[in-house]
Write a protein that binds this ligand. Sequence first.
Ligand SMILES: [Zn+2]
Length: 236
Amino acid sequence: MSLKYYTHGRRDQMKVALTFDDGPNPPRTDQVLQILESRGARGTFFVLGKWVDRFPQAFQRIVDGGHCVGNHSYLHEAHLGDFDRAEAAIGNLLGRPTQFLRAHYFNFFTCLYSPVAMSRDMKIVDADVNPADFAKTDPQAIVDATLNAPSLAGGSIVDLHDGREFDDAARRLTSPLPMIEALPAIVEGLQALGYALVGLDEMDLVDPIEWRPDGRGTFGSPEVREAIEGLGGKTT
Ligand SMILES: [Zn+2]
């Protein structure tokens, strides 16, 4: 058993996809929308089902803004069924299934056992530009890590975070601030390089990577790896 995931689109097109994980997180998500929309950019928001349930209007504003949304699980924990639970929350508001899914911590093990993740019409999407904005407090460092990434090219997918999985609201609202401060310079810098900032639904994803479950936990933190190793005993 294996799955395929994508890290980029066609390299011969001057398109970049900015992706935002772990929201909706009002009013931070709205600040992101304002920055994108005032500069003619679209984004893709990999939302958490638990935040869609708590902040349905914030989710609706993403959709109403014409942006792309994807499934990033319900609880952001290594529980089997988490993507399927999220799909119900997201799809009920969206009125259709999502087309894109991002595994939390880029760990693909739980995807293998999710009917939603493995459905034929779903694309599992990683990124090829990872500025680690969630771990940075200096906005300029986030700008530099994006615009100077060696992997940045046509078809790149950039992974940013407008929310967090934490239930602590203060932490969730504070965490994206450096990224939001960096975002105008990221958008304008990419546009100055000639890239159109598009949703994943406007990008032809190519060259998928095949992943097999004997590598599970490889991308996770020690805590997540431990949680995954405890799921249903060890298998190879
Ligand atoms: Zn996440």
